[in-house]
Design a protein around this ligand. Structure first.
Ligand SMILES: NC(=O)c1ccc[n+]([C@@H]2O[C@H](COP(=O)([O-])OP(=O)(O)OC[C@H]3O[C@@H](n4cnc5c(N)ncnc54)[C@H](O)[C@@H]3O)[C@@H](O)[C@H]2O)c1
Ligand SMILES: [Zn+2]
Length: 315
């Protein structure tokens, strides 16, 4: 396996720069945390996942030698690190994908000054995910920095972006191609989040908004299963709410979400693996969450005042 070398550099105007050794492109055919093979709303419940021909795609990916310059918060703290690349297929988002490390990731948090508010908040969901799942100190800093987060304080963002990149890089260095299961931890909040995105036809929810509701679900699940104390869930719900992210959903119905989860390709006997927290900063993958408990939690976070995502930008 190719190793990833992080040589993270930080300076005044370019807050976080990470370079990675380039690995050969490796197919992750529609199975990774950031790809979605769940059906679109128009797909029939019994339809099998499509198996598109992808030979030309690998040729394209192998010849690429990219440098990435992410300009959204979400891309700076998450998508630009880790080498997951994909293209959409008519049947599902990110259906055709590969692992392919960029030659260079160049991040300048000053670009965030012009990011639309809703996109910025969506990125904050991945920041909160990183704190909740991997770094309790980061989570604590976020809790005490709500005003600075809201006004996009440059020094805070520079430090937060660098911390998130470092945390994700540490995981990816150990499980670059999602072979050991460690990388699944980066999927915190994404199980329910991906289902919401897909059921909304990728028109209703921004990725981070759906992940925020997914984290609210995971937080309640962990408490309900006795994995962690109620305070851990309360802190997550409070932080998500404080930055203006949703923690509940109105549409689709809990039954539709449960059905998508049941048919997830990673599900065994109708049970889909969930990333849950034992404590802030300590995530683990749970394979035996009873589907009745999942449904109970979905019912509990359905409807209510913090459930409506804003309109899509440009609409
Ligand atoms: N590959 C991965 O590991 C991974 C991880 C997390 C998320 N994702 C995926 O990434 C996608 C989201 O990417 P994104 O957040 O970069 O969104 P995006 O590239 O779609 O950009 C969102 C919007 O913001 C605008 N924009 C971007 N930068 C701007 C700036 N600095 N100022 C003003 N406007 C700006 C864009 O023009 C666009 O309208 C989601 O589909 C998600 O599933 C992938
Ligand atoms: Zn994500």
């Amino acid at each position: 396996m190719n190793s990833i070398q992080r040589r993270g550099l930080v300076n005044a105007s370019v807050a976080a720069v990470a370079t990675f050794a380039i690995g050969s492109a490796v197919v992750f055919a529609a199975g990774g945390p950031e790809d979605v093979a769940t059906p679109t709303p128009s797909a029939s419940p019994s339809a099998s996942p499509p198996t598109p021909s992808c030979t030309p795609t690998w040729d394209v990916v192998r010849s690429a030698n990219p440098a990435e310059v992410p300009t959204t918060l979400l891309a700076q703290v998450d998508a630009s690190v880790g080498g997951k690349v994909a293209i959409n297929h008519a049947r599902a988002k990110n259906l055709i994908g590969a692992f392919h490390q960029p030659r260079l990731v160049l991040i300048d948090p000053e670009t965030l000054g012009t990011l639309p508010e809703r996109e910025y908040r969506s990125g904050l969901a991945e920041v909160i995910k990183t704190g909740a799942a991997l770094n309790a100190d980061l989570f604590g800093i976020l809790e005490t920095s709500i005003d600075a987060l809201r006004r996009r304080d440059a020094a805070l963002l520079e430090s937060v972006v660098a911390t998130c990149c470092a945390e994700k890089t540490t995981i990816v260095e150990q499980d670059e191609r999602e072979e050991s299961g460690l990388r699944m931890i980066l999927n915190y909040g994404h199980t329910v989040g991906h289902a919401l995105e897909a059921l909304g036809g990728y028109q209703t929810w921004l990725h981070g908004e759906a992940v925020a509701v997914g984290m609210a679900a995971a937080a309640r699940l962990a408490t309900r299963l006795g994995l962690t104390d109620a305070r851990t869930a309360e802190r997550q719900l409070a932080l998500l709410g404080a930055v203006g992210l949703p923690t509940r959903f109105e549409t689709p119905s809990p039954g539709e979400v449960a059905e998508v989860l049941r048919r997830d390709k990673k599900a065994r006997d109708g049970r889909v693996p969930f990333v849950l927290l034992k404590a802030l900063g300590r995530a683990e993958v749970c394979f035996d969450v009873p589907s009745e408990v999942v449904r109970e939690v979905l019912d509990a976070i359905h409807g209510g005042s913090t459930s409506r995502p804003g309109p899509m930008p440009g609409q």
